[in-house]
Ligand binder design. Structure first.
Ligand code: GDP
Length: 194
């Protein structure tokens, strides 16, 4: 898809602020610092629409990015950030859960996992939760450029083993080499056309 228009329409902190229309949405989930903002910027070919940071945990809002006025990315606050209080984590847990289970606009889920490490307990919980509710999920293995050729193979294999993911729903991705971009776009196109 050629992106002519990309804008952040709302950084929401409550359900009342969600856009009130029928545009399809693709949601991005993952630990803080996993590369969600970088993925959005890479896919839409802009350097800085989504804020990237080397400091984890900065975004505690649900950011709705509208693309070509035909669909939106919804960037969720990253989970597993220790410095956020337990109360705050619970609040976001409930909001994310509520969005995922009730939002009619939701057409697809990208769960981002750092390819350099085994999936964390939080990643596993999130993936199993998504599977339990039959949400249409793809797992994006981020920062793939940082791995050597042998580690790349190992990373995919371990993910398949640990999470019991179907191989065709795993996408190695790099915002540096742009590997995986086309596959992500194909998935987005098919989801938003449904
Ligand atoms: P977010 O918190 O999930 O939105 O993560 P960001 O997109 O802000 O990325 C966190 C850090 O990881 C930043 O320093 C990015 O430059 C870096 N990063 C993200 N994706 C990649 C990637 O594919 N390759 C490399 N080498 N670095 C990445």
């Amino acid at each position: 898809m050629k992106v002519n228009k990309a804008e952040i329409v709302i950084s929401a902190v409550s359900e009342k602020q969600y856009p009130n229309d029928a545009l399809p949405e693709i949601v991005l989930l993952g630990r803080s610092n996993v590369g969600k903002s970088s993925l959005i910027n890479t896919l839409i070919n802009r350097q800085h629409l989504a804020r990237t940071s080397s400091k984890p945990g900065k975004t505690q809002t649900m950011n709705f990015y509208q693309i070509n006025d035909i669909f939106r990315f919804v960037d969720m606050p990253g989970y597993g950030y220790a410095k956020v209080s337990r109360k705050e984590q619970q609040k976001w847990g409930q909001m994310i859960e509520n969005y995922l289970l009730n939002r009619e606009n939701l057409k697809g889920v990208f769960l981002l996992i750092d390819s350099r490490h085994d999936p964390t307990e939080d990643d596993e919980l999130m993936y199993n939760w998504l599977k339990y509710y039959h949400l249409p999920t793809h797992v994006i293995l981020t920062k793939f450029d940082k791995l050597s050729a042998s580690k790349k193979k190992k990373s995919v294999r371990q993910l398949l083993e640990i999470l019991n993911v179907e191989a065709d729903t795993v996408i190695p991705f790099s915002s540096v080499s742009k590997e995986g971009s086309e596959t992500c776009w194909q998935i987005i196109q098919s989801k938003i056309a449904d």
